[in-house]
Design a protein around this ligand. Structure first.
Ligand code: XMP
Length: 318
């Protein structure tokens, strides 16, 4: 029978056997999967694990610093690299969703590679790949994401890195990853975090990406997500986020006519992200959230709620 304890015991041994005294590098994302992978590896090989946490400038509000502090508090050997400007530069003027993903993926590989080269004698690259990532990436028919969106979690490794791969979570599902994380003593709040895509807010800003749009969306997202937590709705939702639309609409503010941005809120129920239903959030919550966003976030005068299921609508809008 599968239990998180036996999984941890067997996986720690398997990692030790596989990598021996070699150094391993791992990219932390702030998400559940890479965090659990890091803590498992840390348990197996301690200081031979070198974690890199890149700020791509497309994370949630304050997330880079707070997550970095949390990683340090967990005793991980982690280096935070703020590469926000590099990503913004790489994205300048790009509107096409897949081109954005490629630009973000390539910038990540460059930054990560620069950092990995600063470490000497690293032989392994560890990744928090989980079973659904494996299926979505290799299956020919796959889920819609496999063919429609280029997830860059699997593969895409430049040859020149020449590292061997270690993926301790490759055979398990998200709920099992969370149970393993709990057994390892990881903060339940971190383990309960909603999934967040690697390209981050970059695929939630429709159209081209600018620092100002990122700032607006970070504010909107923080109001929405903090509201879900305050109303005890967060844990009933599988994933939630806001999209900044490339649309201006007319509004009135006092005596003034406004012509400002519109945001869409999305909250879904799902088990693995392959299919999803929109969540029937209480109207009172939606009303309060909409008022807060419009009153507090300069540049936004309209909020809509996405009531589309997947399929056919994907969870992300890009
Ligand atoms: P979709 O939008 O395809 O998303 O319904 C399904 C799940 O995958 C996440 N997602 C991504 N994750 N890189 C990632 O690491 C990506 O390019 C990407 N695109 C979508 C999405 O947030 C949802 O959890």
């Amino acid at each position: 029978d599968w239990t998180p304890d036996s999984f941890v015991e067997e996986t720690v041994e398997a990692i030790q056997e596989k990598v021996g005294n070699d150094k391993v590098v791992l990219g932390l994302s702030g998400g559940v999967d890479s965090t659990v992978a890091a803590v498992l590896l840390n348990k197996a090989i301690g200081k031979n694990l070198y974690c890199i946490f890149v700020n791509n400038g497309l994370l949630r509000k304050n997330e880079f610093q707070s997550v970095l502090d949390q990683y340090e508090g967990m005793g991980l050997n982690v280096k935070g690299v703020d590469a926000s400007q590099r990503f913004l530069d790489a994205l300048a003027g790009i509107e096409d969703p897949e081109k954005k993903r490629k630009a973000i993926g390539n910038a990540f590989i460059e930054v990560f590679d620069d950092e990995a080269h600063k470490l000497e004698d690293v032989k392994w690259l560890a990744q928090g790949t989980i079973y659904p990532d494996v299926i979505e990436s290799v299956s020919a028919t796959g889920g819609p994401s496999a063919t429609i969106k280029s997830h860059h979690n699997v593969g895409g490794l430049p040859d020149f890195m020449k590292l061997n791969i270690v993926e301790p979570l490759r055979a398990i599902f998200k709920d099992e990853v969370r149970r393993v994380g709990a057994t390892l003593g990881i903060d339940p709040e971190l383990l309960g975090r909603h999934p967040f895509p690697g390209p981050g807010l970059g695929i939630r800003i429709l159209g081209d990406i600018t620092a100002e749009k990122v700032r607006i969306l970070q504010e909107v997202d923080a109001i929405f997500i903090n509201g879900l937590k305050e109303w005890n709705l967060y844990d009933n939702v599988w994933q939630a986020g806001a999209m900044l639309l490339p649309v201006n609409s007319v509004g009135v503010m006092g005596d003034e006519r406004t012509y400002e941005k519109c945001v869409a809120l999305r909250a879904v129920e799902s088990t693995d992200g392959m299919t999803a239903d929109w969540v029937n959030l209480p109207y009172e919550f939606l009303q309060k959230t909409s008022n807060d966003i419009i009153n507090k976030v300069k540049g936004v005068n309209r909020v809509v709620y996405d009531i589309s299921s997947k399929p056919p609508a994907t969870i992300e809008w890009e």
